[in-house]
Write a protein that binds this ligand. Structure first.
Ligand code: ADP
Ligand code: MG
Length: 250
């Protein structure tokens, strides 16, 4: 596969990952690795642990057990420089989480300035380049509330990209959008995938997963039930639970 030839380096290696909230075990032993340049789409019913899995990768949730390596660094090691690791991971949520009181341009420059210590001029240049990349070069002076949901989500993606992430995590990035705005966000994500960005994407957009993913992972009840190439998982699922889920959503 094209992506694998670029680099065999593991971008994410998850081994035996467990996460409980009190008595509720939400992740029950997840093994998953994502190679550099791969796009892995995670599908599965609500409550199956997809968001928790993503949030464990950048330690928004602290795992109860197992190990996670990001770019070879074990983030579950208590001595790990987690801020350094987080800096290299872009995350895009269902809710766009833009700073409403800041213009689009400042949304893109603030973390570059504060976290990466870039000069104002460089941060502005990189902001402009990434707004261009998501097709919003003309919206730099707008406030988030003046934009459509699709535009806001594209700004959120541009903001993450401005930090030069080594990988991008997407948690249902189009689920909060009106149907007619979904396509423009998926188009940006397709472009990123084509550029070789490493992406771990939780999504309900089955057509997107089928077309763009190097691999599809089906989760249910806190475990990976099945994973494989999209054509196999969608066309000939091995597990009954996968088939039942696909039957419900397709
Ligand atoms: P998904 O993203 O697949 O819908 P989640 O990872 O959000 O699933 O949630 C999996 C389960 O964990 C759900 O039962 C949810 O209620 C529970 N859960 C998620 N976050 C928390 C939390 N902070 N505290 C308690 N329970 C949580
Ligand atoms: Mg979720």
């Amino acid at each position: 596969m094209k992506h694998r030839e670029v680099s065999a380096l593991s971008a994410i290696e998850i081994s035996g990952l467990r996460k409980s909230f009190g008595a509720l075990e939400v992740l029950r032993g997840i093994d998953l690795s994502v190679d550099s340049g791969e796009v892995v789409c995670v599908i599965g019913p609500s409550g199956s642990g997809k968001s928790t899995l993503l949030r464990c990768v950048n330690l928004l949730e602290v795992p109860t057990g197992g190990t996670i390596r990001v770019g070879g660094v074990e983030v579950t090691d208590p001595d790990c420089d987690i801020d350094g690791v987080r800096r290299r991971i872009g995350m895009v949520f269902q809710q766009f989480n833009l700073f409403g009181h800041l213009r689009v341009r400042e949304n893109l420059t603030i973390s570059q300035r504060r976290v990466l210590r870039r000069s104002r001029a460089e941060a502005q240049r990189i902001a402009a380049a990434n707004l261009e990349r998501v097709g919003l070069a003309d919206k730099a002076d707008a406030y988030p509330a003046q934009l459509s949901g699709g535009q806001q989500q594209r700004v959120a993606i541009a903001r993450a990209l401005a930090m030069d992430p080594q990988l991008m995590l997407f948690d249902e990035p189009t689920s909060a959008l009106d149907p007619e705005l979904v396509g423009e966000v998926l188009a940006v994500m397709r472009g990123l995938a084509a550029d070789g960005m490493t992406m771990l994407v939780v999504t309900h957009e089955m057509a997107f997963a089928r077309e763009v993913a190097s691999r599809v992972v089906f989760m249910d009840g806190g475990v990976i039930v099945e994973s494989g190439e999209p054509a196999q998982v969608f066309g000939a699922p091995r597990e009954r639970r996968t088939a039942e889920f696909l039957h419900r959503v397709l």
